[in-house]
Design a protein around this ligand. Structure first.
Ligand code: FE2
Ligand code: FE2
Length: 285
């Protein structure tokens, strides 16, 4: 089969996506995935459908009892490359589940009843996969997340400068302590809201659609717990701060620890989930 597969891939590339013989008239793409175990890139010719402006493929394996290899691969790494014969682009493979999967499969069958026959041949539920083209022109939810991080980074920087000023005895420190307290509360509330939104909304949704992201999402959730503990300590210090009595150096150290933890967390989050998040929804206006 591998020899045959390679032959079809070669013919596809040579003839700009037009194939003869048994594939005459088929709508095919080449899907390249990273091997789940080897990490080696593998290319498969695949029938696809255009549904609601999206490229959709079905892990039918022609009704065989096991999932095709490429489906296992995208469960380990959602990043794929698509060739249409006339262009090549990077995409993210999402796996809808539940009612969303069923509705999509119904549309697949309405376009090509052959998939109902494949489904009838096997007890496994045929997975339907959406290949989201990575498109820089559209501002997505991932870009929005980066913007929120930027804002939080800036706020934290301002807060730390305020604490430094108190430690150094610059300007009117009583006024500064008051504004620091108010600022600290609003920052902590914004950060908590952001992380709660991720824990309850974005992360469970991502884990379902992109199984490959599960380990990263677990780590990010653990980071949130660490950040929350640091925040709690800082809030206690700020709220219990007595002018002229409390030691601002402790506050400065805790802010430093929070800043380091957050910087590492934001960076890892941006590296791991932004691309997938971008294709799930457009950014709010
Ligand atoms: Fe986060
Ligand atoms: Fe975040």
């Amino acid at each position: 089969m591998t020899g045959f597969n390679d032959q079809v891939v070669e013919e596809f590339r040579q003839n700009k996506g037009k194939l003869g013989g048994m594939f005459e008239g088929w709508e095919l793409i080449l899907l390249t995935t990273a091997g789940a175990k080897s990490g080696k890139r593998r290319t498969n010719p695949l029938g696809y459908l255009e549904i609601d402006g999206k490229t959709v493929v079905v892990a039918s394996n022609m009704g065989a009892s096991g999932h095709p290899g490429w489906y296992h691969n995208i469960r380990h790494d959602q990043r794929v490359t698509i060739e249409t014969g006339t262009e090549t682009y990077e995409a993210v493979a999402a796996i809808p589940s539940g009612a969303e999967r069923d509705a999509l499969f119904a549309k697949v069958v309405a376009k090509d009843p052959g998939f109902a026959e494949y489904q009838a041949k096997t007890t496994r539920e045929l997975p339907v996969v959406i290949l989201h083209r990575l498109d820089d022109r559209v501002r997505g939810m991932g870009d929005f997340l980066v913007e929120v991080h930027e804002w939080l980074r800036d706020e934290l920087k301002t807060l730390r400068k305020g604490v430094d000023d108190i430690v150094a005895g610059r300007a009117d420190s009583l006024t500064m302590e008051k504004s620091l307290r108010a600022h600290c509360v609003s920052f902590c509330e914004a950060l908590t809201k952001h992380h709660t939104g991720e824990d309850r909304g974005a992360f469970p949704m991502l884990a379902q659609r992109f199984p490959a992201l599960a380990p990263a999402l677990t780590k990010l959730g653990e980071d949130h717990v660490v950040v929350a503990a640091l925040q709690k300590r800082i809030r206690e210090l700020v709220e219990g701060y007595v002018h002229g009595e409390s030691d601002p150096v402790r506050l400065r150290d805790d802010f430093g620890a929070l800043a380091d933890e957050l910087e590492a967390h934001f960076a890892y989050e941006e590296k791991t989930v932004v691309a997938a998040l971008n294709v799930t929804a457009p950014a709010p206006g």
